[in-house]
Structures are given as structure tokens and as C-alpha cells.
Design a protein around this ligand. Structure first.
Ligand SMILES: CC(C)(COP(=O)(O)OP(=O)(O)OC[C@H]1O[C@@H](n2cnc3c(N)ncnc32)[C@H](O)[C@@H]1OP(=O)(O)O)[C@@H](O)C(=O)NCCC(=O)NCCS
Length: 155
């Protein structure tokens, strides 16, 4: 398996994986996520592809794209409360449901870490939804630590 950046002709396959994530989010947080995977969400991959601050990483298992990640270079200016921040954000991340628990996600994180170091980033950030305990277990196994929480109350 090779981890590398995506080619344009692979974006349709990346969208199949993006649909898996969206379905998971719809099932876990239906009050937030829109069901289905309509043209708007499908076409959004082109916005990502054309954004110079974003990169799409894929896991290529002998020609079969079995995982992907979107990484995004974020810069936040200084505010009255916070210092200026510059970090690499993992925006989307998925391994095909048929290819999980084989180390694919771990290999993608290693690739992203190498890319981050080579490009002078000192910090990688991501956010995830609390219902997604499988993802939490993976991210913790990969070495991420929770540094901030969102809380809610339904009335
Ligand atoms: C989370 C996800 C990316 C993990 O991918 P993966 O390729 O299966 O992960 P790995 O095989 O590299 O797992 C490495 C370790 O992480 C932990 N881990 C991974 N998935 C886990 C799960 N579902 N439950 C508990 N631990 C898990 C385990 O310690 C695992 O080691 P092991 O298999 O030797 O026990 C994958 O399940 C996925 O794509 N889920 C759906 C999409 C999603 O939730 N994306 C992230 C949020 S947007």
C-alpha cells in the first residue's frame, strides 16, 4: 500500500468514501447533518481540490483507493484572547469500511505527520463528533489528545 496525494481522476472514488463518512454522521447526529449525498456535497470535492491551502491524501492498495484524508493549512490571526496560530488541520478522514483494522489509517497519519514536519508545522489538529467512539479510539491510538470540548443541551 502506498500513501500519496490524490490525482484529479480519483476524486470520484474519494467521493464514495466521503459518502461513507456523511452517512455515518447522518446516523449519529441527524439533528445536524443532511441526509443523502447530493450534488452540492459531491461537487464540494472540486472546491477542496482547487484550494491551494488544502491537499487530498489517499491510500492506494494496488490501484484501489481504500482511504483518504483532507488536510488544510490553517492560519488564525492574533485576537484579544488568543495568540496567532498556524497549524495543519485534518478536515476529513476515512478508510473504506471493507478495509478497516488493517493499519490503513495509521499509515495515512504517518504520511500526514511526515508532510507536516517537512513543511515546518509544529502541530496537527482535528475535530470529531462525540458519538463516533471508533474514530476517537483510533485517534487516541494514533497519539492525539483532546484539548477542547463542545457541549450542548437540548431544550
Ligand atoms: C476511524 C478509522 C479512520 C480508523 O481506520 P483504520 O484503518 O481501521 O484504523 P487502523 O487499522 O490504523 O487502527 C489502528 C488502531 O486504532 C484503534 N482503532 C481503530 N479503529 C477502531 C475502532 N473502530 N474501535 C476501537 N479502536 C479502533 C485500534 O487500537 C487499532 O489497532 P488494532 O486494529 O491493532 O486494534 C475508520 O474506522 C473510519 O474510516 N471510520 C469511519 C469514518 C470516520 O469515523 N472518520 C473519522 C471521523 S471524520
Amino acid at each position: 500500500m502506498i500513501i500519496r496525494f490524490a490525482k484529479e481522476n480519483e476524486l470520484e472514488r474519494v467521493n464514495e468514501l466521503r459518502k461513507q463518512v456523511n452517512d455515518l454522521h447522518v446516523a449519529g447526529k441527524p439533528d445536524v447533518f443532511k441526509p443523502g449525498f447530493g450534488p452540492e456535497l459531491r461537487d464540494f470535492i472540486n472546491v477542496i481540490w482547487n484550494d491551494p491551502t488544502e491537499n487530498i491524501v489517499v491510500a492506494d492498495d494496488e490501484g484501489f483507493i481504500c482511504g483518504f484524508a483532507v488536510i488544510n493549512h490553517i492560519t488564525k490571526p492574533e485576537s484579544p484572547f488568543m495568540k496567532e496560530r498556524d497549524f495543519l488541520d485534518i478536515d476529513e478522514f476515512c478508510v473504506d469500511e471493507e478495509h478497516r483494522r488493517k493499519g490503513v489509517a495509521t499509515a495515512m497519519i504517518e504520511f500526514i505527520k511526515d508532510f507536516a514536519k517537512e513543511n515546518g508545522f509544529r502541530r496537527i489538529e482535528l475535530n470529531m463528533w462525540e458519538f463516533n467512539q471508533g474514530a476517537l479510539a483510533f485517534y487516541e491510538a494514533a497519539g492525539f489528545e483532546t484539548f477542547r470540548r463542545y457541549m450542548e443541551m437540548f431544550l
